[in-house]
Design a protein around this ligand. Sequence first.
Ligand SMILES: Cc1cc2nc3c(=O)[nH]c(=O)nc-3n(C[C@H](O)[C@H](O)[C@H](O)COP(=O)(O)OP(=O)(O)OC[C@H]3O[C@@H](n4cnc5c(N)ncnc54)[C@H](O)[C@@H]3O)c2cc1C
Length: 290
Amino acid sequence: MKKIKDIFREKGKTFSFELFPPKTEEGFRNLLNTIDGLCALEPDFISCTYGAGGGGREKTLDVVQHIQDKHAVAGLAHLTCVLHTKEEIKNILKDIQSRGIRNVLALRGDPPQDNPRWKPGEDSFRYSCELCTFIRQNFGDYFTIGVAGFPEGHILCPDRALDARYLKIKIDNGADFVITQLFFDNKDYFDYVARLRSLGVTNRVIPGILPITHYKNLVKFCALCGATITPEVKEIFEPIQDDQERTLKAGIDFAVRQCRELLDGGAPGLHFYCLNKISPTDKILSEIRR
Ligand SMILES: Cc1cc2nc3c(=O)[nH]c(=O)nc-3n(C[C@H](O)[C@H](O)[C@H](O)COP(=O)(O)OP(=O)(O)OC[C@H]3O[C@@H](n4cnc5c(N)ncnc54)[C@H](O)[C@@H]3O)c2cc1C
């Protein structure tokens, strides 16, 4: 199965999707149908989250392996440091390798709600940059490594310049590319890329796109992850928040505009947070691929 780095050599822009592992068996069966539909859209790769409010952590690898084995689409397995020792991480990486998965999104993760006080000890990683180093030291070039980037700064590091310097450390420690947190003001993305370029980061920074489908949920989610609801988003979606049909339509229009501007401005592709659904990502993609 292809490494994402090799796909980058062939393609100037990539289109990719993010899924999460469902909590139930029924959810898992439904996801397989969703994956059928998403793969018909010919994505360059599909990623699956790890322990971020989804189902069991081992399910991440099952989802990624299924995408690769059944659909011959490159899979990207998210992996977080929280709650794991270095030894456990090594074993998970061996498992990832044994399944033929060549791409890992190296993350720190957040302490879970049921264990909010978890702190990394001597035998675990504090930051994702340490995970990048560990992967390169133990697995050489076997994996393409992606990392998370935050155009508005990470919620715990609102100093954007400092957060960009931390991103540079991840790259220096072996990361190959970046996928960003969702954002709604493209200026934040372009400024972020400029900040990284001025630090000497030449790697791809793929914008993460969240199609808006439900305004109230969006407000809650953004409060948790630190993304800004821009005045424009508020103005469009707040007045129609109880009208699901109008919200969906406005969400597609907004995402199409956002994506077109990003691609026209030089973004090296788009990574859609699909939330385990085919629509509206399918509609957005068909518009921007015209
Ligand atoms: C594309 C994407 C995918 C994600 N997927 C998942 C997932 O699958 N599962 C999940 O649980 N979460 C996921 N997250 C959320 C992510 O785990 C959280 O945002 C987490 O708080 C930060 O992860 P990180 O890898 O950026 O951490 P880090 O890069 O370790 O950064 C964490 C914090 O420490 C600071 N920092 C970084 N490096 C240093 C350093 N060297 N010295 C001092 N401070 C430093 C940063 O500014 C930041 O405030 C994802 C986020 C994104 C954007």
